[in-house]
Design a protein around this ligand. Structure first.
Ligand code: NCD
Ligand code: ZN
Length: 344
């Protein structure tokens, strides 16, 4: 197969940032994707409908003319979030989902949730109104090893929340473990999971072998090889529970190449080429459309995109090593393998 045509893909987990960074990186996603779920972890976070409206306007202003790209907004859940504001923002069409960060789990998550009982009324209201909850699924307890934080979160937090909130639609975001795959697969129609591009490519050796490699450090951190293989099997299975959320998360090089480097891999630029390579390696190119273009909209109860993109195979494609933004350079994720599939 030398070319494949897909419905235009969507990105169900994306960081677009703000200001000069937003202006510099938004075109990278708009070039390839029809829609994206936009993460609300700005400083300060996007908590209210009014803040989401203002942020969406800034994103729209940063997009190239006629990009055809639609940002799907999320609200950042805090212990003080107002259920009435969330419901109104969802019913007006402004907000697609709500994001739960355990406080301290990742970049800009200090306003997240410490006591999950405090958000119970909000979650019950969301279940009643069909508002999806996007979950960063890691515990933050200092006695839990960072490589175990996702599996422990499923047992201690996610499963209890789902049991006591029937009907709550949950997306396990950027799963990185076999346990995440197994839980999502068994979870029924109200549970979905996104998988990033980079977690299909790297395991934890990429970060730590032969010197410390900050551009492969993200959260949740990449795990052992057995987990990467479970993620690849899930993504390429066609199972409707699994869909693409790149978690493309730009930080400038000085913030990554630092004694306390920021977490995040920036994959917006080359994601579709990488995914085609991965799916070809797994003899599953015919399932790429399900993962990147069909399963996500089906979970979010939105139509798939009507327009199409064609990927063609040829000599290795090169992408820029960095994207220059007004805030500084951002290194593009290096998949450490030649990429033969180009978009268009
Ligand atoms: C994200 C960021 O930089 O905002 N970082 C990351 O490593 N993925 C936050 C997140 O999604 O956890
Ligand atoms: Zn993220």
């Amino acid at each position: 197969m030398d070319s494949i045509t897909l419905r235009r893909p969507d990105d169900w987990h994306l960081h677009l940032r703000d200001g000069a960074m937003l202006a510099g990186i938004a075109p990278e996603s708009a070039r390839h994707f029809g829609r994206a779920i936009i993460m609300p972890n700005l400083v300060p976070p996007v908590v209210t409908g009014a803040q989401a409206q203002a942020y969406r306007d800034r994103i729209t202003a940063a997009l190239p003319a006629d990009s055809g790209f639609t940002p799907l907004m999320t609200l950042y859940l805090t212990e003080e979030s107002d259920p009435a504001d969330i419901i109104a923002a969802h019913q007006s069409g402004l907000v697609t989902a709500v994001k739960l960060y355990p406080a301290g789990a990742t970049t800009n998550s200090t306003s997240g949730v410490r006591d999950f009982d405090k958000v119970r009324p909000v979650l019950e209201a969301m279940a009643e109104h069909g508002i999806p909850l996007c979950v960063h699924g890691e515990v933050v307890d200092s006695d839990v090893d960072i490589f175990d934080r996702e599996a422990v979160f499923i047992d201690r937090v996610l499963d209890p929340i789902r049991r006591r909130t029937p009907g709550l639609r949950v997306i396990m975001e950027h799963i990185t473990t076999r346990q995440g795959v197994d839980y999502a697969r068994a979870g029924g129609d109200d549970l979905g999971a996104t998988i990033t591009t980079h977690h299909l490519v790297i395991n934890r050796n990429a970060i730590l072998v032969g010197g410390i490699k900050p551009h492969y450090y993200c959260l949740p951190v990449a795990k052992r090889e057995e987990h990467r293989l479970a993620l690849r099997a899930a993504a390429t299975s066609g199972d409707a529970s699994f869909f693409l959320g790149t978690d493309s998360a730009p930080h400038t090089d000085p913030l990554k190449e630092n004694a306390c480097g920021c977490a995040g891999c920036f994959t917006a630029t080359n994601t579709m080429s990488i995914l085609a390579e991965v799916f070809e390696q797994e003899n599953a190119l015919d399932r790429l459309e399900a993962f990147a273009s069909l399963n996500g909209p089906a979970f979010y109860r939105l139509p798939a995109n009507e327009t199409r993109v064609t990927l063609t195979k040829g000599d290795p494609v090169s992408y820029p090593a960095k994207i220059d933004t007004g805030d500084g350079p951002v290194t593009v994720f290096d998949p450490m393998m030649p990429l033969h599939w180009r978009v268009g």
